[in-house]
Design a protein around this ligand. Structure first.
Ligand code: PBG
Ligand code: ZN
Length: 334
C-alpha cells in the first residue's frame, strides 16, 4: 500500500470562524435591518379592496383601508417605508398626457394623505412618479412624432411629483428616465415651498424583462413599442455612472439602481462613485421567479431570498426595495 503524504493546513484556518451560529453572526460582514426595507404597494382607487396579483404570488392590489392595515402590520415588524404605485379611478379615461397622474383625488394622493394622517413620521411614504399607468399609450413620457419626447414630458412629471408632495409624500421617486427630470422636479418642488420633500431618483434603470409581472399589476405596459429609447441598455455599465452623476448634480437626495440581481456589478460601481444613499430595487420578475420555483419545490424560498437580499447589500445597496421584506422578517430568513 502506498503511503500518502497529505499536507495539513497552516496556522490559518478560515473554518474556525464558521463553527457555530454565534460565531458566524459575530463575524458576518453584511446585515440587513427592517428599517432598510422599502415595500412597494399597489393602491386601488377605492376604500376597500384586495385583488390578488396572479403574477406576484402573495401580493394584492389594495384599497386604502386594506393598505392602512397592511402597513400597520409591517410597521410592527419594523418596516418603516412604503413605495406607492397607483391606478386611475375606475372608468376614468387615460389620456395622451397622463393627466390622471396628478389628480389630487387619485389613489396615490389619497393613500399618501391617509397614511401620513394615520402614522405620521413613524412611516416614510414614498411615491413612484411616472405617467405610464395613466397615459393611453402606456409610455412613461409623452409621444410626439411617434417618439417618446423628452422635454415636453417634464411638466407633467413635475405636476405629478407636486401632487404627491401636496398630499404629504416624504419622498418622491421619478421612474420615467426622461433626461433632466430630477432638476425640473427639484425646482418645481422648491418653487412651491416643498424644500424638504426628498428626491429618490431611479437614476440607473435598465430596460428589463424583469418588470413583466409589475406591468400586469400596474396595467402599464406600452401599447406599442418598448421602453428602450429611454431606459438603459443592459449591456452598459459605465453609462450607469453618468446617469448617477447627472441625477446627483440635478439635486437627487438618494439614488437607485434597478433591477438589482442582474446588476450587482452596477450597484457596486455606483456605490463606489457617490456618497449619496443608494437603493436597489429587487423587482417584480426577480420576486416572481423565486416564488414560482419555490412553489414547485425547486428552490428553498427562505434560503434563496436570504442569499439574494444579502447579495444586494454586499454589492453596496443601503436600502432594498423588495416584495420579500415582510416574509423575510416574519420567517427569520435573514
Ligand atoms: C414604471 C415602473 C416600472 C417599475 C417601477 N416603476 C415598470 C416599467 O418601467 O416598465 C417596475 C417595478 C417592478 O418590476 O417591480 N415606470
Ligand atoms: Zn413609467
Amino acid at each position: 500500500m502506498r503511503t500518502l503524504t497529505i499536507s495539513t493546513p497552516g496556522r490559518t484556518r478560515p473554518r474556525r470562524l464558521r463553527r457555530t451560529q454565534a460565531l458566524r453572526d459575530l463575524v458576518a460582514e453584511t446585515r440587513i435591518t427592517p428599517a432598510q426595507f422599502i415595500v412597494p404597494r399597489f393602491v386601488l382607487p377605492a376604500d376597500k379592496g384586495d385583488e390578488p396579483i396572479p403574477s406576484l404570488p402573495g401580493l394584492s392590489q389594495l384599497g386604502i383601508e386594506n393598505l392602512l392595515e397592511a402597513v400597520e402590520d409591517e410597521l410592527k415588524l419594523g418596516i418603516r417605508s412604503v413605495l406607492l404605485f397607483g391606478h386611475p379611478e375606475e372608468g376614468a379615461k387615460k389620456t395622451p398626457d397622463g393627466a390622471l397622474a396628478w389628480d389630487p383625488n387619485g389613489a396615490v394622493q389619497q393613500a399618501t394623505a391617509r397614511l401620513k394622517a394615520a402614522f405620521g413620521d413613524d412611516l416614510i411614504v414614498m411615491t413612484d412618479v411616472c405617467l405610464c399607468a395613466y397615459t393611453d399609450h402606456g409610455h412613461c413620457g409623452l409621444i410626439e412624432h411617434g417618439r417618446v419626447a423628452n422635454d415636453v414630458s417634464l411638466e407633467p412629471l413635475v405636476r405629478t411629483a407636486l401632487s404627491h408632495a401636496e398630499a404629504g409624500a416624504d419622498v418622491v421617486a421619478p421612474s420615467d428616465m426622461m433626461d433632466g427630470r430630477i432638476g425640473a422636479i427639484r425646482d418645481g418642488l422648491d418653487a412651491q415651498g416643498f424644500t424638504d420633500t426628498i428626491l429618490l431618483a431611479y437614476a440607473v434603470k435598465y430596460a428589463s424583462g424583469y418588470y413583466g409581472p409589475f406591468r400586469d399589476a400596474a396595467d402599464s405596459a406600452p401599447a406599442e413599442g418598448d421602453r428602450q429609447s429611454y431606459q438603459m441598455d443592459a449591456r452598459n455599465g459605465l453609462e450607469a455612472l453618468r446617469e448617477a452623476e447627472l441625477d446627483e448634480l440635478e439635486g437627487a437626495d438618494m439614488l437607485m439602481v434597478k433591477p438589482a440581481l442582474a446588476y450587482l456589478d452596477v450597484i457596486q460601481a455606483v456605490r463606489n462613485s457617490t456618497t449619496l444613499p443608494l437603493s436597489a430595487y429587487n423587482v417584480s420578475g426577480e420576486y416572481a421567479a423565486v416564488k414560482a420555483a419555490a412553489a414547485n419545490g425547486w428552490l428553498d424560498e427562505a434560503q434563496v431570498v436570504r442569499e439574494n437580499l444579502h447579495a444586494i447589500r454586499r454589492a453596496g445597496a443601503d436600502q432594498i426595495i423588495t416584495y420579500h421584506a415582510a416574509d423575510a422578517i416574519r420567517g427569520g430568513w435573514l
